[in-house]
Design a protein around this ligand. Structure first.
Ligand code: MF3
Ligand code: CO
Length: 250
């Protein structure tokens, strides 16, 4: 079922998003060679607690951590580990904040020290692809318009779009209808309506889009060891276009 959110629900999600954005900004300052993703996980959980919030991912379908931390060829749902991040790595931190029942979901890829030019371009293209998708997230447009904008741009740049994971509706639980693929055909699929709250979260790979699952049953990684980047925003469809709840430049 696809729901449209009330003003009050959107305000609660915005409040959660404010905590999430502040947490991402702190994590952005912490990420340097030598830090471990378990340290970032502990920081995020404490940051949320200090702001009266909880990490919604922890315990979600049995997921064991506050954050997902996906390094290099890990596409998404990477487990935090006690391995030190190395100069040149890229790491995607994904988390969902629950503040008084309002949920906010945003993933961001960070460079660890100096990343080589292809890795940097992969990150830049992925972020631009997200914003090209958001541009299409307008009442009256269709879900396929979002995916098509992302896919055509990313592929033109020589990268590939992950098929096995999509954006999604959100609230009152993390994953609600509709699915929001990051590939597709213009003018196809569900029509977007005012009040829908969805995530757009393209995962873009430097090599092939195909993924395989780790033995932990959660972590997806590329089959060719190529790197994967991801940027995710949570947005509301409004009369005036997409309103980004998880904007970091507000
Ligand atoms: N934030 C993730 C997403 O965008 C949610 C992952 S569910 C978890 O879909 F259990 F892995 F945390
Ligand atoms: Co999400």
């Amino acid at each position: 079922m696809i729901t449209r959110k009330s003003k009050r629900e959107i305000e609660q999600m915005q409040a959660a998003a404010d905590v999430l954005v502040a947490c991402h900004k702190e994590i952005g300052k912490m990420i340097k060679p030598g830090i471990t993703t378990l340290e970032i996980d502990a920081f995020a959980e404490k940051f949320m607690a200090d702001h009266g919030a909880t990490p919604e991912q922890k315990g979600y379908n049995g997921y064991p951590y506050a954050i997902c931390a996906s390094v290099n060829d890990e596409i998404c749902h990477g487990f935090p580990t006690d391995e030190k991040l190395k100069d040149g790595d890229i790491v995607t931190i994904d988390m969902v904040v629950n503040l008084n029942g309002g949920l906010a979901d945003s993933a961001w890829t960070y460079a660890v020290g100096n990343v080589d030019p292809v890795g940097q371009r992969l990150m830049d293209v992925t972020k631009t692809a997200l914003y090209k998708g958001i541009e299409q997230a307008q009442a009256g447009n269709r879900i396929g318009d979002i995916g098509h904008a992302i896919q055509s741009y990313a592929e033109e740049e020589g990268f590939s779009v992950v098929r096995d994971f999509t954006g999604h509706g959100i609230g009152p639980t993390i994953h609600e209808d509709p699915h929001v693929p990051h590939f597709g055909l213009p003018n196809k699929g569900l029509r977007l309506k005012e009040g829908m709250v969805i995530t757009i979260e393209p995962m873009i790979n430097e090599g092939t889009w195909e993924s395989q699952m780790d033995d932990n049953g959660w972590t997806a990684r590329t089959i060719d060891k190529g790197r994967s980047a991801q940027y995710e925003h949570q947005i509301v469809i409004t009369k005036e276009g997409a309103m980004i709840l998880t904007d970091q430049d507000r």
